[in-house]
Design a protein around this ligand. Structure first.
Ligand code: SF4
Length: 369
């Protein structure tokens, strides 16, 4: 490969606000190869990516099977690797795939199997190039049980639970993927809180202390397996923060040195908010990158889902704004109805009754506010 420029190489982020790889891998391959125009923001001018200037491509997805199903994307990933461009997979695995919060999203064990195939096909340089995202974390009150002897009790679902994270962590550890990041759900974005309200779901308002036991356990599991653990934009949970940003130039450069020949050129490490004078949340620790989520032709998960695409959509997501009457609302409503009318299994744990739904532990409790 030849890089004509001495300045640090660019990191392309695809993308923070839309699942480009999951829904439109063909178009993404065209944009990344510089054959279709990209844009840096909703009102930015179009440009064509010049791969000679790129040192890393970060793919964010919850639906990695699309990488296997798209021949163009497969070819592109192999080609990037050959020319010394590192591909990092930010793989979102929240533990809630298939629940009413994430209708249509695969469960974590299915995602792990898909990652295994991606690695077997050499589409990534190695499992160390995967950053797993247990994100966002929250405790949701799904509303009342509607019938039977437990009528009037509430269903509580949370992914801040070690018993949910632990087997998922173990499954990915066996593949060699041990870098994890997480963050607490932030509901200040418009759209998400309205959709949750419409579905009758309440997000429990917990302070940092409530999350401490979960994050202590999570950080301990990750670091004792030799992995890196970081929290995104969560200052009050600082004791566990490794200092890594989600897109972290130093970490990417370490991977470049591990996977490419000695003397490989490095990517930009300047903090994004310094270089762009803001642009990300104030506490964001990311290095500078060019995010192409808003490039022409990419659509939101909600748009794709409404059109009957074979993928999922998330109720709490801030990147789309539709509410009533949408396909997502209907899918959530059906899932909640099934859940709320399901006879509970009796079990004993943590003071509440417990049953399992698609691998998720739902706590049923007499809720006192
Ligand atoms: S709906 Fe939002 S959170 Fe869910 S996969 Fe799409 S972009 Fe990600």
């Amino acid at each position: 490969m030849s890089h004509s420029l001495q300045k640090p190489l660019l990191v392309i982020s695809a993308g923070r606000t839309r699942d480009l790889a999951g829904w439109q891998p063909q178009h993404l391959a065209e944009v990344l190869a510089g054959r279709a125009p990209a844009r840096r923001g909703p009102r930015s001018p179009a440009f064509f990516i010049d791969l000679d200037e790129v040192g890393a491509v970060v793919l964010w997805t919850k639906q990695p099977a699309a990488l296997l199903e798209s021949p163009d994307m497969g070819r592109l990933l192999l080609g990037l690797r050959e020319r010394g461009i590192l591909v990092v997979l930010q793989l979102s695995v929240t533990g809630l795939g298939g629940s009413p919060l994430e209708p249509g999203i695969p469960d974590p064990f299915e995602t792990a199997g898909t990652l295994e195939q991606i690695l077997e096909q050499g589409l990534l340089a190695g499992p160390d190039c995967v950053k797993l995202r247990w994100d966002p974390v929250a405790e949701y009150d799904l509303g009342m049980v509607v019938g039977g002897e437990h009528r009037g009790r509430r269903l509580i679902l949370s992914n801040a639970r070690e018993e949910l994270f632990s087997p998922v962590f173990e499954r990915f550890r066996r593949i060699g993927a041990v870098t994890w990041t997480s963050s607490v759900l932030d509901l200040k974005y418009r759209g998400a809180s309205g959709r949750l309200k419409e579905a009758g779901i309440t997000v429990e308002d917990h302070d940092a202390e409530w999350y401490r036991p979960f994050y202590t356990g999570m950080a301990g599991m990750v670091t004792s397996a030799g992995g890196r653990f970081s929290l995104c934009c969560s200052p009050s949970l600082e004791p566990w923060v490794s200092g890594d940003g989600c897109i972290d130039g130093e970490w990417i450069n370490g991977l470049r040195k591990d996977h490419f020949a000695a003397g490989t050129p490095l990517v930009e490490t300047t903090p994004h908010n310094v270089k762009r004078k803001g642009g990300q949340r104030p506490l964001c620790g990311c290095s500078y990158s060019v995010d192409i989520s808003y490039s022409t032709g990419f659509r939101t998960c909600a748009t794709q889902y409404e059109e009957g695409g074979a993928g999922g959509c998330c109720l709490y997501c801030y990147s789309w704004h539709g509410r009533s009457g949408t396909e997502t609302s209907r899918a959530v409503g059906t899932a909640l109805q099934q859940l709320r009318s399901r006879p509970p299994l009796k079990g004993a744990s943590g003071g509440g009754e417990i049953f399992w739904h698609r691998g998720l532990r739902i706590r049923e409790e007499q809720h006192v506010r």
